[in-house]
Design a binder for this molecule. Sequence first.
Ligand SMILES: [Zn+2]
Length: 169
Amino acid sequence: MPVECQNDTRFIADRMLGTLTRYLRFMGYDTESANSLEEGNTKEDTLLLGMAKEQHRILLTRDAELARRAQGQAIYLRSEDVMDQVQQLIDYRVIERRLTLSRCSLCNTKLREANTCEIERTGYAPRDWRSTRFYWCEQCHKLYWNGSHGKQLETRIGTERNEESNNLP
Ligand SMILES: [Zn+2]
């Protein structure tokens, strides 16, 4: 299984933060999204506040008023840029710079290692896959691997392998 720490902070993100939500999931953080709720609920803010409280999640929002209402249970994200948003959360020490590929970016489900059937049945898997590690979302039936896509994200998020090994005790 991909590595994920038990005591990680959990999040719930508002509708403005779809990209950040995907990035946090790639980074292994349990992140629910307002985008998975039905649209058009006029009391959505109250619903999000309630979910944050009940599920012990930090509410991430681009809405300063909503952040204020959360009374310490929310983080107001200053920038529209996803990399600035990631950096702000790192600066606040609520997340670490890392890439785990341990959660589905679409639905937040924990991924497990994919079996040969699943890899072979998936048309978009790279043809030469024997040296690659694959992960599977049982909810979406989506295959993940740390190929070129993972590499790109890794570069963006800044988790270079050697940086990681330097941090080992
Ligand atoms: Zn999924």
